[in-house]
Design a protein around this ligand. Sequence first.
Ligand code: ZN
Length: 243
Amino acid sequence: MKVNGFLKTETAKPKVNGNHSLQNIDYPAHDMIGDNHVATSLETPMRKDAFLLSDEQKMLIIEDKFRDIMNVLGLDLTDDSLNGTPHRVAKMFVKEIFSGLNPENKPKISVFENKFKYGEMLVEKNINLNSTCEHHFLPIVGKAHVAYVASGQVVGLSKINRVVDYFARRPQVQERLTVQIANELKRILKTEDVAVIIDAKHLCVSSRGIQDEGSSTITAEYGGVFKDQRRKEEFLKYLSLNV
Ligand SMILES: [Zn+2]
């Protein structure tokens, strides 16, 4: 299958001066952005041609490139334990951990009329969250907590988990993930009264760089009535979080 010709972005490559020793590589400024975990936009930065290739074509290219990476690292790909790895990684990227890049995989959520006229806040807490840091491609693992006050529409509880999971299955920064989940729930529920808190560990912080295993990162987005201190405190009390 002829699928080359795409993905020819040269912008992210460091400039190499003279020979290929590390000292001579002039790293660009966005290396610093990455290590400080700064996001540049609320939308996941995507290329216009992101979906011209099929999933199968993407998997073939990624498999090929990942084999190159392993070869460069000096790994022996004829070893039985390693020879299936490029294919496994390619499939995992496209079909699993980054499947949330494709809008076709967005969960279709139906809403119901709030027949019970339940007017208090509904809290869905301890939603499992598995995402990937877009600066280091290492896991972000934690919990999401979501609350909303229904405007007249409600959703099945498991649907909230599916929205969290969809946006988590992308290369992410935690702040953007938090806001993307909140915005999607506001859109589905037709209300601004949505709050999202994420409490997560970043493996790029615990296993490399500063190597702080104890720390976790908490991000929050409060919309509508949750900007009110009393509502905010009520939500936090349900979570028993000291933030
Ligand atoms: Zn990171």
